[in-house]
Design a protein around this ligand. Sequence first.
Ligand SMILES: [Zn+2]
Length: 141
Amino acid sequence: MSNQVPIAEGLFTWPADQPALLGSRCRDCGIANFPASTSCMACSGEDVAVEELPTRGTLWTYTVQRFMPKTPYNSGESAESFQPYGVGYLELPGGVRVEGRLTENDPEKLRIGMEMDVIFEPFRVEENGDEVISFFFRPVQ
Ligand SMILES: [Zn+2]
């Protein structure tokens, strides 16, 4: 079985039976931030705590990316294999907005305000065979 590694440390719980994004919530003003940071983006307070974020939210805004992203954000695609993909912000309960790729790239099937789940899937495969895991937003079926 191939090894699975998170795309970045500290972005989400991994390995985990039910992985979740990790944000930081400010104890002073209550605003949550993703990715987790050591100070509050809203009030600059430093009394923040890392917490698991909800795994379902609503699509706040989105677009369809039709150009290959530059490294390190590409997923190992070539110009020939590249497929347009959706990218957007998911608004999670508690007010935090998270930017990520969507599993859906058909604008006909996307609308602002729709419910989406945060899922964790292989993003690319490294030369040593490791699967790099990232998070994606998938319309609730
Ligand atoms: Zn704050």
